[in-house]
Ligand binder design. Sequence first.
Ligand code: AMP
Length: 597
Amino acid sequence: MRFADLAAAYDRLEATKSRLEMRHRLADLLRPLRGDELAIVLYLSQGLLRPEYEGVELGVADSLARRAVALATGGEDAAIARAAKASGDLGRTAQELLERRRATTGARPLEVGEVYEAMRAIAAASGEGSQDVKVQRLAGLLERASPLEGRFLVRFVLGTLRVGVREMTILDALNEAFADGAKPSRAAIEEAFNLSSDLGLVATTLAGGGVAALATIGLEVGRPVRPMLAEREPTLEAVLARMGGRAALEFKYDGLRVQAHVPRDGPVRLFSRRLEEIGAQFPELGPELARAVRRPPAIVEGECVPLDLDTGEIQPFQDVARRRGRKHDLDRVAEEIPVCLFLFDVLLDGGTAVYGEDFPSRRARLERLVRPTERVRLAEQKVVDSPDVAKEFLDEAIAGGGEGVMAKSLKEGSAYRAGARGYWWIKYKRDYTVGLSDSIDGVVVGAFHGRGRRAGRFGAFLLAVYDPGRDRFESFTKVGSGFDDAALAEMPKRLARWASDDPPASVDTGVAPDRWFRPGVVLEVRGAELTVSPVHRAALGRVRAGAGLALRFPRFTGRYRDDKGPTEATTSAELLEMYRRQVRQAAPEEPDAPAET
Ligand code: AMP
């Protein structure tokens, strides 16, 4: 195909407002194409060189494109910059300049395949001298381009193609061009896309063998599946009613969704919800997954959350967000912000595609497939059939660091529906609308060795409240945030005289710090909310049997309460009162806020 024909088609598409008309035009463009050329035209039309998940980027900045335009048209860089600024579109500017240029006689017309190869070369050029290579390749194309072709070449490299064809429109057009245009064909095309995330593959398969051939597109390790999504309901009663009175509830972890592809040999690959490859940002997860998954090849899904390895407590989502998109110091950050992947689904099990099986069968497979490790675990789950039990589980989920629960249908038809949002999964979050306004004065009873940047000194401290009735210091949180370098240097000095080789008799905690301290130093902290906790002992058993109260997401305010002795710190009773106030405040907005038991 001539690139001029593609540019003309883009020109028409750009002028089209109606989605229906756009579909017809796109179908006309695609109908004569087959094989590689069809795939290439699809990628290019979306402004891509490869399916989006491969993350191939052109790496062409404005200035670079301007240099290429200058080279090809004999224009002057500064003048081009001014014109582009005025028009807001370097593509248009290039087009105008090419119109004024003397017609190039005898230049070979550009072919789509050749433009594509040049674009791949531009994308691949990296390192020293690569900028010049990119400019030369682009200028080479522009020299042979018509003004209209020039406009789209420039826009393409800048990532501003704007012909406006969305994935859904492309699926419609494929149906029109290569199938009967009816609904069942459309559904089959969409399903193939959801499973493969590759429009080029779907189109060439369809054009080559019709709708029936789409069934050959299966799962492939290394090619992400578009994730299944959840609906929401306002109450747990409504959630259960939707699911026929019975459902599997899981903790809803607040982190990053991860789809892990575990091959038989070679490195594990991780994809985000948006199908970006994110394995490099979590270097510790790949090897751990390779150990945890008993039968590769496999594709499993889970939520990645920061986890405090000492207390087993889930940490704020912002921590994992800090690891996302990082390019440097990845190992150090991995040490500093350890994460855990809580797996909740399996799509490929020992090479067998199981996404079509109902959820109970997939969960059973997941349990057999995965041998849990420190950082790869299964999502907490319970099958419930009454709102009361569901509420209890919600409580547990919040206490365990979840942001709510995810209900999963157990009914027939509860297959993994790639790329679809539906009532097979329903999320229910309990958003506390109130933060904890009071600060808490906590007594330092332990310390933890720092990791990463804080290696070689204490990185966090175990704090307790005081129970005058028992004359005990009961732990309620581990705090590491809010200490600047000066504070971190200061803490060992303040603590030195309180150091203790053994757990002090007056301290009550389920956590094992690296160093113990007798109660002496008091710090002021604030946090997001109080929850029940299996490891902390403040007000033990007062809210729930066997559980204490814990402060989530604590932060040192910077204030040492030297004015307070340890027995003048916040008491367990005060903490319990703060918890009750918080539950009462949350109640009016939240019909499902837990009743205290
Ligand atoms: P939302 O992003 O609020 O629409 O909620 C859906 C997201 O919850 C999913 O995409 C996952 O990232 C996340 N999630 C956390 N825990 C679970 C779970 N147990 N099952 C499914 N998704 C979960």
